[in-house]
Design a protein around this ligand. Structure first.
Ligand code: NAD
Ligand code: UDP
Ligand code: UDP
Length: 342
């Protein structure tokens, strides 16, 4: 089957990712870099569920084999320990390029490695896409908008980024990754897709990864105070992981390059988030104020009109509905309470 047809057929999928009876689609070979991580492992589950073959490429910096244990015996699944900074030869139809630490604590741990991952890692995956004619999807980030001066953020906004700050290894790294992606597209005709992902939470996040939702949930479960950085009035918009995975798959299968904001427009201050965590886990949980980190963006909220219009996508899960699912997973991992496991 010519490669182009392979991409047209999956559009017959319905919202649940199932193909209605009578309509056959080609089984795709998909590589997910960073597939052992939080978002990647949920994406892998959905791709396998719809019948594709999946290769995960991951160096396990922040990813865990446990996230994929349930797939290890699946004959359509393969796990390769590999660092995307090194070239790799694979034969695939689609590349979901997620490899990169996402938590500020993790990406600041070795900033030069973070830049290499974003720049050389993305270059290698684009080189792979070019060699085999695969479609390439980059998971970029809302951090390309920096500390935004426009609110909510629209894809046409160019951002307000400090090029020499402690976050630049990540936000400037992702900006270069977007540039490389567009230059391979324009100059070499590679089929590409760009997603700008806003703060996402859900089961399988690392317990102590320093991100605010995982911190608050783990702290409340351990009966420790919730650590609010700064005055707690900065805002973020929190998206449940299943909504993101749906958006990524629609973007890959659709006809539009992007970039597309993928996020939940529901905006919360960190103090409001703490309140939701208290309501969900422990009304008596205390709050402890800590100094904020350098260059912390003051507000962040996606304008998702473009994704709504062109991908027919919008988030379905509110913070109050999604949080309990993450709490069950964290409770199970922290205390092994199987009754609470999802
Ligand atoms: P994560 O840290 O859980 O997953 C990243 C995965 O990439 C891990 O499995 C890690 O081991 C792997 N990895 C890192 N460096 C690598 C390298 N050099 N070679 C091979 N594998 C490598 O993070 P996540 O939340 O699942 O994020 C996935 C992607 O989505 C990242 O690209 C991130 O920048 C992007 N993103 C996530 C969010 C979010 O809120 N979760 C927001 C914006 C963008
Ligand atoms: N690359 C890779 N796998 C492939 C093809 C290329 O890892 O299947 C790497 C390659 O090693 C190079 C990068 O991707 O470092 C960019 O490749 P491209 O062919 O675009 O550039 P060139 O090798 O011509 O500089
Ligand atoms: N934050 C907080 N307490 C924590 C961790 C983070 O108040 O324990 C704040 C942080 O200062 C930032 C927001 O929560 O303003 C989101 O931080 P996170 O690291 O989750 O993601 P970011 O959006 O900064 O990448």
């Amino acid at each position: 089957i010519p490669r182009r047809i392979a991409y047209e057929l999956p559009e017959v999928m319905n919202r649940a990712g199932k193909v209605p009876l009578g309509l056959k689609r080609k089984r795709l070979r998909v590589v997910v870099t960073g597939g052992a991580g939080f978002v990647g492992s949920h994406l892998v589950d959905r791709l396998l569920e719809r019948g594709d073959s999946v290769i995960v490429v991951d160096n396990f910096f922040t990813g865990r084999k446990e996230n994929l244990l349930h797939q290890l015996k699946n004959p359509r699944f393969e796990l390769i320990r590999h660092d995307v900074v090194e070239p790799i030869l694979l034969e695939v139809d689609q590349i979901y390029h997620l490899a990169c630490p996402a938590s500020p604590v993790h990406y600041k741990f070795n900033p030069v490695k973070t830049i290499k991952t974003n720049v050389v890692g993305t270059l290698n995956m684009l080189g792979l896409a070019k060699r085999v004619g695969a479609r390439f999807l980059l998971t970029s980030t809302s951090e390309v908008y920096g500390d935004p001066l426009q609110h909510p953020q629209v894809e046409t906004y160019w951002g307000n980024v400090n090029p020499i700050g402690v976050r630049s290894c990540y936000d400037e790294g992702k900006r270069v990754a977007e540039t490389l992606t567009m230059d391979y597209h324009r100059g070499l005709n590679i089929e590409v897709r760009i997603a700008r992902i806003f703060n996402t939470y859900g089961p399988r996040m690392c317990l102590d990864d320093g991100r605010v939702v995982s911190n608050f949930v783990a702290q409340a479960l351990r009966k420790e105070p919730l650590t609010v950085y700064g005055d707690g009035k900065q805002t973020r918009s929190f998206q449940f992981v299943s909504d993101l995975v749906e958006g990524l798959m629609r973007l890959m299968e659709g006809d539009h390059v992007g970039p597309f904001n993928l996020g939940n427009p529901g905006e919360f201050t960190m103090l409001e988030l703490a309140q939701v965590v208290q309501d969900t886990i422990d009304r008596n949980a205390k709050i402890e104020y800590r100094p904020n980190t350098e260059d912390d963006p003051h507000m962040r909220k996606p304008d998702i009109s473009k994704a709504k219009k062109l991908l027919g996508w919008e988030p379905m899960v509110s913070l109050r509905d999604g949080l309990p699912q993450m709490v069950s997973d964290f409770r199970q991992r922290l205390f092994g309470d199987e009754k609470e496991a999802i």
